[in-house]
Write a protein that binds this ligand. Structure first.
Ligand SMILES: C[S@@+](CC[C@H](N)C(=O)[O-])C[C@H]1O[C@@H](n2cnc3c(N)ncnc32)[C@H](O)[C@@H]1O
Length: 223
């Protein structure tokens, strides 16, 4: 795990060199509506993020909220794209270490390239469980990803590592007794600091030796 952490730390250091603190408390409306379900008149965090990535899964309310947030902090779309680039690079790195299983926690709406595309560019048989709590994300992920080809869309709350790792849907493609690359991309900033520490420590303690944890986060706590 040390080598993976070093690689992740190097990636995040590079990202931090260009990033500025983001005061996410200004994004209260989006955070409150983060899992607004299928109501397209209410902004949804996954759809706002998809809009910044150039995806197609967003509606007028999401675009309006995205514009409001960018007015507060203009680098947000660039940070979203930089975050995606980091996650995909980290997934490729893990695959090059021989890790063939990936759990993408708080996966967000499917975008291309995806984690499984990045991993399978290195290891064609790589298996990926995409975990999210938002019905908007899950409905799209099931439609696009649940092909039975080593991919799964899993409806679970990432804050409960034991439940996630024991989830039947996840177990269909992931064997936690073998090394896994767990990805927490742009999601722990939705948790309070104690919960974020407990969650990351929980996964780290439950993973098999040789596993790695990839983590990216916006800075919720800087002024
Ligand atoms: C900003 S998106 C990040 C997408 C992707 N990880 C990335 O970095 O490109 C955050 C995602 O985390 C999901 N999420 C937030 N809290 C969650 C929780 N407790 N359990 C599972 N998913 C969660 C949201 O539904 C959303 O899809």
């Amino acid at each position: 795990m040390a080598a993976c952490e070093a690689a992740a730390a190097a990636g995040m250091a590079a990202a931090a060199a260009t990033a500025r603190p983001v005061v996410l408390r200004h994004a209260g409306a989006v955070l409150a509506a983060m899992t607004s379900g299928l109501d397209t008149s209410v902004p949804n965090m996954a759809r706002v993020y998809n809009y910044w990535l150039g995806g197609k899964d967003h509606f007028a309310a999401d675009r309006a909220e995205a514009a409001r947030l960018v007015a507060l902090y203009p680098p947000l779309p660039a940070l979203a794209r930089e975050n995606r680039a980091f996650l995909l690079e980290a997934a490729g790195w893990a695959a090059r270490q021989g890790i063939g299983q990936f759990i993408d926690l708080g996966a967000g709406l499917p975008v291309s390239p995806s984690v499984h595309q990045a991993a399978r560019a290195v290891l064609p048989a790589a298996r990926v469980a995409y975990v999210d709590i938002d019905p908007v994300v899950l409905s799209r992920a099931v439609a696009l990803l649940a092909t039975g080809d080593g991919l799964a869309a899993v409806d679970a709350d990432l804050r409960d590592p034991a439940a996630v790792l024991g989830h039947q849907g996840l177990r269909a493609v992931i064997n936690p007794a073998r090394p896994v690359c767990v990805i927490l991309g742009a999601v722990v900033h939705f948790l309070d600091p104690d919960a974020a520490c407990a969650v990351t420590a929980g996964y780290a303690s439950l993973l098999a030796p040789g596993s790695c944890l990839v983590l990216s986060s916006l800075d919720r706590f800087s002024a």
